[in-house]
Design a protein around this ligand. Structure first.
Ligand code: NAP
Length: 218
C-alpha cells in the first residue's frame, strides 16, 4: 500500500515510515526542506519536496496519484506562533484533505491532539489557544468530507521507547502521555482497519496491546 505522509520528517512520521517500510508498504514523506530527504530515505520512505503552506490542492493531488492512504502528521511545532498554527495545523490539513478528495484517495488518518473539539481551556496562553482552535477546525473540515477519515488525538507526546500498550477510545479519555513510537504503531494499525473510519479517537498510554485496542474499536 502506498501511503503519503504530510510532514514526512516529523518525529512520528519518521517512526511510521520505518514501520511501514518494514511491513512492505511504500511510504512517501512530504517535506518542505530538501536537506531532510536523506533522513526520510533512511527511514525507508520516498522523500518528496512539497511545502504545504505554499502548494495548491492541484499540486498535492498530483502527488497523491496511486496512493491508498494519506496520513496527516505535520504540525507547526514548538516555538511557532499563532499564525503558523493556523497555516499548518489547520491549513495544511485542509489542503491535504481536499487533495485526497480530488485524487480519489479515500483513507485519511489525521493526527490531531487531545484538547481539540472543545474551546481552549481558560488560563492557557494565546498560542495554545490558536493551536487548539486550528486542530478543531482541521477536524471539523475533515468530518465534512466524503473520505474514510479517522481522527487520532494523542495526549502529551514523549520520545520514550514504544511501550506497546495503550488506551484508545472515543472521547473523553483521561489526560495522559504516550510515546511517539506507540502513536506511529497505532496509525499503522489504523491503516489496516477500515472499520475505524468516521471515528474520533483519543490515545494515551494504557494496558491494551495496540492490535487488540484497534480491533476492539473497529
Ligand atoms: N507535542 C505534543 O505533545 C503533541 C500532542 C498531541 C498531538 N501533537 C501533534 O502530533 C503531530 C506530530 O507530532 P510530532 O512530534 O511528530 O511533530 P514534529 O516532529 O514537530 O513534526 C511536524 C512536521 O511537520 C512539518 N511541517 C511543518 N510545516 C510544514 C510545511 N509547510 N510543509 C511540509 N511539512 C511541514 C515539519 O517540518 P519542518 O522540519 O520543515 O518544520 C515537521 O517535520 C503534530 O500535528 C502535533 O501537533 C503533538
Amino acid at each position: 500500500m502506498r501511503v503519503v505522509i504530510a510532514g514526512g520528517h516529523g518525529k512520528i512520521a519518521l517512526l511510521l515510515e520505518h514501520l511501514l517500510a518494514g511491513r512492505g508498504d511504500q511510504a512517501v514523506g512530504l517535506i518542505r526542506n530538501p536537506a531532510q530527504a536523506a533522513d526520510v530515505r533512511q527511514a525507508g520512505a520516498e522523500a518528496v519536496v512539497c511545502d504545504l503552506e505554499a502548494a495548491s490542492a492541484g499540486d498535492v493531488a498530483a502527488l497523491l496519484s496511486g496512493a491508498a492512504a494519506v496520513v496527516f502528521a505535520a504540525g507547526a511545532g514548538p516555538g511557532s506562533g499563532a499564525a503558523r498554527k493556523d497555516s499548518v495545523d489547520r491549513g495544511a490539513s485542509v489542503l491535504m484533505a481536499g487533495a485526497a478528495e480530488r485524487a480519489g484517495v479515500r483513507r485519511f488518518v489525521q493526527i490531531s491532539s487531545m484538547g481539540a473539539g472543545q474551546p481552549p481551556r481558560p488560563g492557557r496562553d494565546e498560542v495554545w489557544a490558536a493551536y487548539i482552535t486550528a486542530k478543531t477546525a482541521a477536524e471539523d473540515d475533515l468530518r465534512s468530507r466524503d473520505l474514510d477519515w479517522t481522527i487520532l488525538r494523542p495526549g502529551h507526546l514523549t520520545d520514550a521507547p514504544a511501550a506497546g500498550r495503550i488506551r484508545l477510545a472515543a472521547p473523553p479519555v483521561p489526560a495522559g502521555s504516550v510515546p511517539r513510537a506507540d502513536v506511529a504503531a497505532v496509525i499503522a494499525a489504523l491503516l489496516d482497519e477500515p472499520g475505524t473510519r468516521h471515528q474520533t479517537l483519543e490515545l494515551t498510554g494504557g494496558d491494551s496491546p495496540i492490535a487488540a485496542a484497534v480491533r476492539s474499536i473497529s
